[in-house]
Design a protein around this ligand. Structure first.
Ligand SMILES: NC(=O)c1ccc[n+]([C@@H]2O[C@H](COP(=O)([O-])OP(=O)(O)OC[C@H]3O[C@@H](n4cnc5c(N)ncnc54)[C@H](OP(=O)(O)O)[C@@H]3O)[C@@H](O)[C@H]2O)c1
Length: 262
């Protein structure tokens, strides 16, 4: 049964939490998209789905539970999305995993390396294989990947994070080379610093509170990228005219200093 009777264009976001994932979903939903919200935690997805639908005033988003590390899990979810919402017009691969307490390669387990790399890279490969055939049939589609500082710099302590993110960047370039002439716009967004999401944003805010840095707390957007502002960047990439497609861009907050390699 179609849950998209008005045949709105379809966005699928893999990696939906309260930060960038929710913000891009919210933004596209308000721009007349039907949005598939994908992550592993059903309760969180249900809350985000209900918030978006209440804000738009109609059931424009629907959640799907999947683990991006499993090709079978993504294949099954994309089959449901196709039959319930339609062919995916825009894919945003936002899932990512990293540790906050750095560990050397010798201290990093092979299991963590494998699991995180599957989230940071393999899931994007699996997802691209699910959506590209439909996009190619239509002759258009947009594939946006969320990168990080670790996409372009290998920093000590992040061996289970950066290699996958480097690979994701490469995959975005390969999609461009293979399919841009057939109407597919692929772009990689290097999010070069902390985002005001629950984990990283919360960690930075708590540090400021402890240090009594009230000025920073008042002007968080000087230091922390705001998910809603990032959502605007993803939308801008999607709406670029075909004579001027960006393949990669980087963004950081005005006074960001903690992670950025600029
Ligand atoms: N936050 C930052 O400061 C920051 C900085 C630079 C770059 N980034 C990049 O931004 C992206 C995340 O954005 P965000 O931090 O704002 O997070 P977010 O959108 O709030 O949440 C991302 C969601 O991805 C989901 N996810 C993780 N592993 C998954 C898997 N195996 N399968 C399906 N879903 C999975 C998680 O939900 P479940 O656990 O429920 O699956 C998580 O809530 C990542 O690519 C990250 O590298 C973040």
């Amino acid at each position: 049964m179609s849950l998209n009777p008005d045949k709105k264009p379809v966005l699928a976001v893999i990696g939906v939490g309260p930060g960038i994932g929710e913000a891009v979903s919210h933004h596209f939903a308000h721009k007349n998209f039907a949005v598939a919200l994908i992550a592993r935690t059903e309760s969180k997805l249900a809350t985000i789905q209900n918030t978006i639908n209440a804000s738009v005033g109609s059931p424009v988003s629907k959640y799907y539970v999947a683990d991006a590390r499993s090709e079978q899990s993504l294949q099954s979810v994309f089959a449901s999305i196709k039959s319930e919402l339609g062919v995916v017009d825009v894919l945003i691969y936002n899932a990512g995993s990293r540790r906050f307490t750095p560990r050397t390669i010798l201290e990093t387990s092979s299991e963590e390396f494998e699991s995180f790399t599957k989230i940071n890279l393999f899931g994007a490969f699996y997802a691209a294989k699910c959506v590209l055939p439909g996009m190619l049939e239509k002759g258009s589609g947009t594939v946006l990947f969320t990168g990080a500082t670790g996409s372009i710099r290998g920093s000590a302590g992040l061996s289970s994070f950066s290699p996958g993110k480097f690979g994701l960047r490469s995959l975005s370039q390969i999609i461009t080379r293979e399919f841009q002439t057939k109407g597919i716009h692929a772009a990689h967004v290097i999010v070069d610093g902390p985002v005001e999401s629950d984990i990283v944003g919360g960690f930075v805010r708590r540090r400021w509170e402890k240090a009594g840095e009230t000025e920073r707390l008042k002007e968080k957007d000087l230091y922390l990228m705001q998910p809603s502002d990032l959502a605007g960047i993803f939308w801008w990439l999607y709406t670029q005219p075909r004579s001027t497609w960006t393949q990669e861009l980087d963004v950081r907050a005005q006074r960001e200093q903690m992670f950025s390699k600029m």
